[in-house]
Design a protein around this ligand. Structure first.
Ligand SMILES: O=C(CO)[C@H](O)[C@H](O)COP(=O)(O)O
Length: 246
């Protein structure tokens, strides 16, 4: 993968970045890893915009998942949709470099996982990817203020990172409103993403707090694991999003 293929300004990701009010990004943390390619094909055929890819190192978070080889395997499998890599690793720069080479489209990391937030954001953008910071439920947005011109994504964790299937933490809705204000006042082209416990039942409330990129793992990728079942959930999410008051 060349940098230009990954560039948000030249790749297929352009169409799902600016043209849609809301992006739905199923988290493959909840996929059947024994048939990952098929699962990703099915969830994209069902209408997902983005593939959310959770990288956990058993150090920054208490779980161990997947790395750049799996990202490259999805590209080799034929996945052309944006791959949204959420790094739950420390340190971050080596992983950033590896994921750029592996075909990532967006890369986000936690500010407390690196000593050099500004430099790591530049590393991502210089690699042609969208760059973002991730904030845990109890972490303030302060770091975002100092690098706001280098952010394409602010990702709010609405669970403590490490595991899928946890309950949504409602206090994050206030933080979403704060982040939306920050983005709007800065006048930047920045998505506000949320991750953790998002379901058909709460997606509208999340959107009304200003979020425009929805990660959902266990709400979408579950039994019976068919394209039709995934489509039913994604369609129901979009129907809720269509009711959002602007
Ligand atoms: O980053 C994550 C956990 O750290 C997952 O993406 C997140 O939890 C999504 O799973 P679910 O929608 O089941 O809560």
């Amino acid at each position: 993968f060349t940098v230009s293929q990954n560039s948000p300004r030249t790749s297929t990701s352009l169409n799902v970045w600016g043209d849609k009010d809301y992006l739905i990004a199923p988290s493959i943390l909840s996929a059947d890893f024994a048939r990952l390619g098929e699962e990703v094909d099915n969830v994209l055929a069902a209408g997902a915009d983005v593939v959310h890819f959770d990288v956990m190192d058993n150090h920054y978070v208490p779980n161990l998942t997947i790395g750049p080889m799996v990202c490259k395997a999805l590209r080799d499998h034929g996945v052309t949709a944006p791959i949204d890599v959420h790094l739950m690793v420390s340190p971050v720069d080596a992983a950033i470099t590896d994921f750029i080479a592996a075909g990532a489209s967006y890369i986000t990391f936690h500010p407390e996982a690196t000593n050099h937030v500004d430099r790591s954001l530049q590393l991502i953008r210089n690699g042609g990817c969208k760059a973002g910071l991730v904030f845990n439920p109890a972490t303030s947005l302060d770091a975002a203020k100092y690098v706001i011109d280098k952010l394409d994504i602010i990702l709010l964790m609405s669970v403590n990172p490490g595991f899928g299937g946890q309950a949504f933490i409602p206090a994050v809705l206030d933080k979403a409103r704060e982040a939306r204000k920050l983005i709007d006042e800065a006048g930047i082209d920045c998505r506000l993403e949320i991750d953790g416990g998002v379901k058909v039942e709460n997606i509208r409330e999340v959107a009304e707090a200003g979020v425009d990129m929805m990660v959902a793992g266990s709400a979408i990728l579950k039994e019976p694991r068919t394209m039709e079942a995934y489509k039913k959930t994604i369609d129901a999410m979009r129907a809720e999003l269509a009711k959002v008051k602007k």
